[in-house]
Design a protein around this ligand. Structure first.
Ligand code: GA4
Length: 334
């Protein structure tokens, strides 16, 4: 359980203004991966919103629940036990602190590399109680989500009319692809509904940000909390759906599509009575991959909006920023 030790730290987690109950976004585009119109719907969604929901994704429910249960078992351990697997640098267990630059959230989490060769001593600690089972569940889940992520990226390639459909997916399929898995638990915060100063306020679980990688694939339990920022600047809540996956565009995909796709700003708010558990796969390329607008996606009349950087350069710079910073400007041409 996350315990915030002092009132000032807690205060930092409240949104500046008390907001009205958030608007539920009922128009989340739905991509049925088994249908021929999947590519058209996802391209439109990436251009207009930066997020869509995937149904008929082919990932067995057991693969999801096996990892979810193992993660819950880990989070239910004592704080001192969990802390042995942290702090994340960058992989391992973390609580309240996000990144290394002072961001805080009402959240505890596990960050894991998807590369089985990168097993830090902390990650070993994490697998300590039941090493085989947890590890197998993580590998099984990553294998399934990565496959689906590549399928989505190939549909996108086709939907964008690119000659080769695997331009994006091959970056993720690469053996040295720098992808990661994050498991977040947002504990319920009963103080939000009790009488008193905290009641009716909004508590930040994970502050607003865009994801730096190519594509993020999220699955959560049935607790709401995820919000996205629409192009007009309004924040809306995404109704949870544990049987589906939510896919959002990351910064690298915005850059490669020369701004055609939108790396969507999102955040998570804590709930007063329900805890939220989400598992997010961040699909990224190899550290040495050069990223810039793809010539096949920039028409003759258009200008390149971004310069070229390797993922290593962008990632190193991004990790020095605060969560809410606009990192994509690092790519912008001066
Ligand atoms: C946001 C997306 C992923 O969760 C993450 C995050 C990372 C971290 O938690 O260490 C970052 C954040 C994320 C972007 C800016 C930096 C790095 C925290 C932070 C303040 C794992 C990622 O790749 O970038």
């Amino acid at each position: 359980m996350v315990v915030l030790s002092n009132q000032s730290a807690l205060n930092e987690l409240f949104l500046a203004k008390t907001c009205n109950p958030p608007t539920m976004f009922t128009e989340v585009p739905v991509v049925d991966l088994s249908r021929p119109d999947a590519k058209t719907i996802m391209v439109k969604a990436c251009q207009e919103i930066g997020l869509f929901k995937v149904v008929n994704h082919g990932i067995p429910l057991e693969v999801i629940t096996r990892l979810e249960n193992e993660a819950l078992k880990f989070f239910m351990q004592s704080q001192s036990h969990k802390d042995k697997a942290g702090p994340p640098d960058p992989f391992g267990y973390g609580s309240k602190r996000i990144g290394t630059n002072g961001d805080l959230g009402w959240v505890e989490y596990l960050l894991l590399s998807t590369n089985p060769d990168i097993v830090s001593p902390k990650t070993l600690q994490l697998f300590h109680q039941n090493p085989q089972v947890f590890r197998l569940c993580v590998e099984e889940y990553i294998g399934a989500v990565k496959k689906m992520c590549c399928e989505v990226l190939e549909e996108m390639g086709e939907g964008l009319g690119m000659g080769e459909r695997n331009v994006f997916s091959r970056m993720i399929r690469e053996e040295r692809s720098d992808s990661c898995l994050r498991v977040n638990r947002y504990p319920a915060c009963p103080e939000l509904k009790e009488e008193g100063a905290l009641s009716g306020r909004n508590l930040i679980g994970f502050g607003e940000h865009t994801d730096p990688q190519i594509l993020s694939v999220l699955r959560s339990n049935n607790t709401s909390g995820l919000q996205i920022c629409l192009p007009d600047g309004t924040w809306v809540s995404i109704p949870p759906d544990p049987s589906s996956f939510f896919v959002n565009v990351g910064d690298l995909l915005q850059v490669m599509t020369n701004g055609r796709f939108r790396s969507v700003k999102h955040r998570v708010l804590a709930d007063s009575s329900l805890s939220r558990l989400s598992m997010i796969y961040f699909g990224g390329p190899c550290l040495d991959e050069k990223i810039g607008p793809l010539p096949s996606l920039v028409s003759r009349e258009e200008e390149n909006l971004y310069r070229e950087l390797t993922w290593r350069e962008y990632k190193n710079a991004a990790y020095k920023t605060r969560l809410s910073d606009d990192r994509i400007t690092l790519f912008q041409k001066s």
